[in-house]
Structure formats: C-alpha cells, structure tokens
Design a protein around this ligand. Structure first.
Ligand SMILES: [Zn+2]
Length: 329
C-alpha cells in the first residue's frame, strides 16, 4: 500500500518565466513551487526538461511520494492533440514538445492546455466562478488572452486555441500592427509589450506637456512607467490611461457580447499591479456592451492562477480533453 504523498505536478510555461508547482492531490494544497527563466534554446524537449529538473529539486527532502497526474498551462499557439507549442511568436524556441516528454518521464496522465484555459478552470472549480456555469478569465499582461467556460463547458477549439481574444479588432482604421501582423488588434494596442505604440500615437494628438510626455520622446515607455506616472497625477499619463481603458473596455465588451459570462475574473501583471485600472475600464464598458454586464473581479490566485488551473486540469480533466489527450500513448 502506498502511504506517501500523492502529488500533482503543475506548470505554467510563459514566454519569459516558467512556474512549476507541486500540489497535494487530496486537497489541492500547495506543497512547493519554483520559478525560473523559460529556456529560449536547447531544442524540442528543453522546456519539458527544465520542468523535470525543477520538479526533482522540489521533491528533494519530501517524504515518500507518488506523482498521480501532470498538468501544464502554456503560451500558445498549441497543437492540442500533440500537447506541443507550435511557432510561438513570443519565444525564441518557436516550437517545443511538452506532453510527450513529460508523460514519458512521470508515467502519469499528462494534460497540456493554453495558459488562460487552465486559469479559467481554477476560477470555475475553486475561485470566482465557483457555483457558476458561465465564467471568463481574462489576463491583461505582456499579452492579452482569455479562458472561457460556457454552460459548464470548457472551450478548447479544434487545435486548443479557442478564444484568442487578444486579436479582437478594437480599431478597424488603426495602423498599429500587432505582433501577429494584424491591424488594430486589442493586444497590439493595449498589452504590456505593445502599449508604447499607443503612447507614441497619442503624443502626436496631445497638445500639452508633462513629465511622461518628455520622457516618451526618448523611446518606448515601459507599461510599468505609464502606470507609475498615472498614479502620480501626470496629465499625459492620465490621457493615455483613459484611451487605454477605452480600448480595453471595447475588448472586454466584445468578450461579454460573445460569451455572455456571469463573472469575469481578471489577472495578469497590468491588473494585479494596478487594480484601480480595472475600475477605469469598467466605467467605459457600458458604452460598448449589449449583454447584461457581469460581475468583475480580480483573481484570488494572483500570479499562481495558471499553476492552480493546471493542477485542476490534471486532477479533474474535462471529458473533451480526456478524449483528445487522455490515453497514455
Ligand atoms: Zn494580433
């Protein structure tokens, strides 16, 4: 009889950072966590090997244990049948394998989903969506993405890339180009990595002067700086924030119009570091929405929402995912 700890291994593979967390399968309690830079080179198995290495150092000193399941939430785009990332524009590696090498190492059921898909599953089973059937998780971070549950079903899509909401067109006549190549995309204009393009555009329109306005003449303004100046009362920062909030409101309203959620749980560094910005977005949503406005909340899992979600995906995989990835091959 195995008397040791039954562990779920969960990972959040981001463009720059990867988190690996171990959970007690009995109560989804956090047992240990490691954060490291996502490998940018090293071939197909580089990321999986880094996850395994982190796991091995986390279990050192743990009592007798057994890995019962593995879950991964990753940046996309995803080939969900293979559980691999293909041609990701945000990571130098481009394409890499996750499910196969992890399953081979752990000899336990292994599931790989988009990071926001994992996150919404955590909200649904244990967060803001508990007891609800229509839930959206929305991240405003270096990128913009969502995970969606409609009528109790976790949406996946044919390749696992459903709800790429970051590429919703929020300005059809904009010449701001998104990382994907499209024009006027929500992520291209408003994500942490791209909002400097909006700032450059707004500089030309704005007639006044301010400290941020001066600084922005010297080169791209990082997102954190914009919010810092906004909180200090900088006039140009306030102007940019209002435009940025409108763009986000158009995107959020489109999500509400399309998925009709009961609650939207927000995460990602922009919102987690600047929760007051959500209130500004919220004020403008009514200008763009047709469906009844849902409850807005900020994820209670903070930076760990994807690893919690990956753990829930591993422990209670939805039927559709089991059919795609469930067999040990
Ligand atoms: Zn795009």
């Amino acid at each position: 009889m195995v008397t040791g700890l039954r562990i779920v291994v969960a990972a959040d593979v981001g463009a720059t950072k990867t988190r690996v967390a171990l959970f007690n399968s009995a109560d989804v309690g956090l047992v240990g966590k490691a954060v490291f830079s996502t490998p940018q080179e090293g071939g197909e198995d580089a990321v999986a090997n880094a996850i395994i290495k982190a796991f091995r150092s986390l279990v050192e000193g743990l009592p007798e244990h057994e890995v019962v399941a593995v879950g991964v939430g990753t940046i996309g785009p995803l080939d969900i049948r293979e559980g691999r990332v293909v041609n990701s524009p945000n990571i130098k590696l481009g394409s890499f394998d996750l499910r196969k090498p992890l399953q081979e190492y752990f000899r336990a059921p292994t599931y790989v989903v988009n990071d926001c898909v994992a996150a919404v599953y955590a909200e649904y089973l244990s967060g803001a969506g508990l007891g609800k059937k229509n839930v959206v998780y929305l991240t405003l971070s270096s990128g913009i993405g969502a995970g969606v549950i409609v009528d109790g079903h976790l949406l996946l899509g044919k390749d696992g890339n459903a709800h790429e909401v970051g590429h919703i067109v929020v300005s059809y006549d904009s010449d701001i180009r998104c990382g994907c190549g499209g024009l006027g995309h929500w992520e291209g204009m408003a994500s942490g990595n791209n909002l400097w393009k909006l700032i450059e555009k707004l500089r030309v329109r704005w007639g006044g002067t301010s400290e941020l306005y001066e600084i922005s003449a010297e080169g791209p303004v990082p997102a954190a700086k914009l919010f810092e100046y906004w909180k200090r009362g900088d006039e140009f920062a306030s102007y940019v924030i209002k435009e940025l909030a409108r763009i986000n409101a158009a995107g959020v309203a489109s999500v509400i119009n399309v998925y009709d959620p009961e609650v939207i749980s927000f995460g990602g560094s922009i919102i987690l570091n600047n929760p007051e910005f959500l209130k500004v977005i919220q004020e403008f949503v009514k200008d763009y929405v047709i469906n009844r406005v849902p409850e807005f909340t900020i994820t209670r899992f903070g930076d760990d929402v994807v690893v919690y979600g990956a753990a829930f995906i591993a422990l209670k995989p939805p039927q559709e995912l089991v059919e795609i990835q469930g067999r040990l091959r």
